[in-house]
Design a binder for this molecule. Structure first.
Ligand code: PGA
Length: 306
């Protein structure tokens, strides 16, 4: 016995409706064409699959078995088609993400590693600060967002995937950069800081740290860009608190010093976040898995001691 897929589809429809006319209609076939295929199928099985008692059509025991087999085969074909469609989407999918300004310093490396695995995808990347990211999530504008821990009261799914240590930096020739002993928080309270703009996650975390330790946080200038903050610190305009992830070039060039301060680094985490109501595309789901499993490896380790 070797029924064709077409025969199974026709039989499944007849068995479901227990009616030739309805089955023929749902398959856009004529009733004689349907009856003919059922007859051929019965000839192959050498057993009747349907029986008519009075005006009603019933499945025989062999018919019940064939019905189960037909349904499974149809479902399996659908499953395979779905998987192939998803794989096709994945190959040429579009990834639409936004990241915190600070995450910009490592996200390109992550995207480069991801793109090597899926060379045909295209990517839109928006780089902005925390408050803007929260707005974009609320409006369901992005597949995924990479940011510091989002507030818990919002309709978001957030999973941490990477540490984000915040450190104090100073100019190479700053007196605190020369100090051998660990710097106390009391000493910091006499220093001036250059900070990020309102709405920045780094700024919120820094303010919280000083508040929790009950020491003054003297800020002299705010700048909306990590790179400009680092230049200002190199020019000895003040100290700053930045993510270690923003410092790779400066640490290698030894143009800035990470200070050894008590209770530092402030240990934060990077989160991959999506709106709870978002149905992630296959490419977005794959990128999320990539972040959770491979981010550490793709970024490599940054050193704090320079
Ligand atoms: P920021 O991002 O660039 O807004 O400071 C960091 C964060 O969200 O923690």
């Amino acid at each position: 016995m070797n029924p064709t897929f077409r025969q199974l589809k026709i039989f499944e429809s007849v068995a479901r409706h227990l009616n030739y006319t309805k089955a023929a209609k749902s398959l856009y076939l004529s009733q004689p064409a349907v009856s003919m295929q059922i007859k051929l199928l019965e000839e192959q099985t050498t057993l009747p699959l349907l029986e008519r008692i009075g005006k009603k059509l019933y499945l025989t025991a062999a018919g019940e078995e064939m019905y189960r087999y037909a349904r499974n085969t149809i479902q399996q074909k659908k499953d395979v088609e779905e998987i192939i469609e998803q794989l096709n989407d994945l190959q040429k999918g579009h990834l639409n993400i936004a990241v915190a300004s600070t995450a910009n310093h490592f996200v390109i490396r992550l995207l480069a590693a991801f793109e090597k695995l899926y060379p045909q995808i295209s990517i839109s990347l928006d780089v902005t600060n925390r408050s803007e990211l929260l707005k974009q999530l609320d409006n369901n504008e992005r597949d995924l967002v990479i940011m510091g821990q989002p507030p818990e009261n919002l309709q978001l799914n957030a999973i941490d995937f990477l540490e984000n240590p915040l450190v104090v930096i100073a100019a190479i020739n700053h007196p605190l950069a020369m100090q051998k002993k660990q710097i106390t928080l009391e000493q910091l309270s006499h220093e001036h800081f250059i900070v990020r703009e309102e709405g920045s996650g780094t700024r919120i975390a820094s303010e919280k740290f000083f508040k929790n330790h009950q020491i003054p946080f003297n800020t002299t200038m705010d700048i909306s860009n990590n790179r400009a903050i680092k230049h200002a610190v190199e020019e000895d305009m003040g100290l700053a608190i930045v993510s270690l992830h923003t410092l790779e070039i400066e640490l290698r060039a030894k143009s800035l010093k990470v200070l050894n301060v008590e209770d530092f680094p402030i240990l934060r985490q990077w989160y991959v976040v999506e709106n709870k109501h978002k149905r992630l595309s296959p490419i977005a789901q794959t990128f999320k898995q990539f972040l959770l499993q491979r981010a550490d490896q793709a970024i490599g380790n940054l050193r704090t001691n320079n």
